[in-house]
Design a protein around this ligand. Structure first.
Ligand code: SAH
Length: 381
């Protein structure tokens, strides 16, 4: 059995000193930005002006904020708009409807985000940590361990950057406006709780304070950190919770999602149902279909019994095999039988599309390919 991953709501509390990036306007709410601008000897309205460029017009480069006097621009750029994400590579597939961006952070860490265009919406999948400490054996990010938490602004800037890409019309056949954000990139969002919640506040605050997205269009995906799920339910936010269940029984889930050794299936589902009660939001149950591991008919039936009558939806994810993994995706007939049994039990179930596979942009693959191919620094991260 794998050893327990280090779990705390905020790993920084363990006393390590990770190299966090400089402060950025997206770390602060609007009053915080106004206070900072005033400290710099600028009038408070400059905070709104810069915020409007960043969140309202998706302009991230201070050089392009030409309505600001040059001296002001320079002063504010250094304090409010340091460069957080340096693009290393951008790739597109699915006829341009899926684009992956790979970033280098100020300390050399690599993270990725994915932009997915659909006829009726545009979704970005963003990272909340560099690496991940949850050690799920089928996930590429889980293999390398945790490097550090991302700052609030590093999280938000991924969405703002890609919202700008969408606004430029780069995603053919999709609306130009970013509408959905999923925390399904690298990292465990609820292990970086305070920064992720602050990032959500920026994403939903109306411009110029934030991006003005709908709370319902934000999904936080978690391995199931029970105290953090309960805390999230108590925030005045009603974002969608996705729970990475992957097995209905403790014996298998202990292996697939090692945090299960700490919080069992019944505890994590209880927390999920309480979340659904408090927020009125249907919980999404994530289940990667792994051939001959978790895809047996009896497990579908057990899952069906656990979820029947609950405010839940099952999202089956065809396993995306990671390099060197001994596991494979379930055959389609097995997947269909699994879906049939869940639906017979009265549980709403869909199979997730497999966007981004050609560019290693699909679930669990983010940044792993870069680690393998070209970045010796990242390989040791
Ligand atoms: N730490 C969060 C976010 C991770 S990524 C969480 O675990 O929920 C989002 C989803 O992709 C999770 O459900 C995760 O288990 C799943 N995933 C990871 N690696 C995968 C892979 N190789 N194939 C299919 N799904 C995978």
């Amino acid at each position: 059995m794998t050893s327990l991953p280090l779990i705390s709501v905020d790993p920084d509390a363990r006393g390590r000193r990770p190299a966090m990036p400089p402060r950025h306007l997206a770390d602060l709410d609007l009053p915080g930005r106004q206070a900072l601008v005033t400290e710099l000897g600028e009038p408070a309205f400059r905070a709104k002006q810069v915020s409007n460029h960043y969140f309202g017009r998706l302009v991230r480069d201070p050089e392009r904020m030409t309505d600001l006097p040059a001296a002001t621009r320079e002063r504010l750029a250094g304090t409010l708009l340091p460069t957080l994400l340096t693009p290393v590579r951008e790739m597109a597939c699915d006829d341009g409807a899926t684009r992956k961006a790979l970033w280098r952070l100020h300390d050399g860490s690599l993270v990725e985000s994915v932009l997915m265009g659909y006829p009726d919406r545009v979704t970005v999948c963003i990272s909340s940590q560099a690496g991940c400490g949850m050690a799920c054996p089928f996930c590429a990010t889980g293999q390398a361990g945790l490097t550090r938490n991302l700052s609030t602004a590093e999280i938000v800037d991924q969405a703002v950057y890609l919202a700008g890409v969408a606004a430029s019309g780069a995603v053919a056949g999709s609306p130009p406006r970013l509408s959905h954000v999923v925390f399904m990139g690298m990292g465990e969002p609820l292990a970086n709780y305070a920064r992720v919640v602050a990032a959500i506040r920026r994403l939903v605050a109306p411009a110029p304070e934030g991006l003005g997205l709908s709370q319902r269009h934000i999904t936080v995906s978690t391995v199931g950190l029970v105290p953090a799920i309960r805390r999230l339910a108590s925030e005045d936010l009603s974002v969608t919770l996705a729970l990475s269940l992957h097995a209905p029984d403790d014996e298998l889930r202990d292996e697939l999602v090692p945090v299960n050794q700490r919080w069992k299936v019944s505890e994590v589902l209880d927390a999920a149902w309480d979340y659904a009660d408090t927020t009125g939001r249907r919980v999404s149950i994530e289940y990667a279909m792994i051939k001959d591991v978790n895809d047996q008919p009896w497990r579908a039936d057990l899952l069906g019994r656990l979820l029947a009558g609950k405010l839940a939806h099952v999202n089956l994810i065809p396993l995306n095999p990671t390099p060197g993994s001994r596991w494979d995706a379930s055959p389609k007939p097995v997947e269909r039988e699994f879906v049939r049994r869940l639906r017979d039990a009265g549980v709403s179930t869909t199979v997730r599309d497999t966007r981004g596979r050609e560019i290693d942009g699909a679930c669990g693959q983010l940044a792993a390919a870069e680690d393998r191919d070209s970045d010796p620094r990242a390989a040791t991260a």
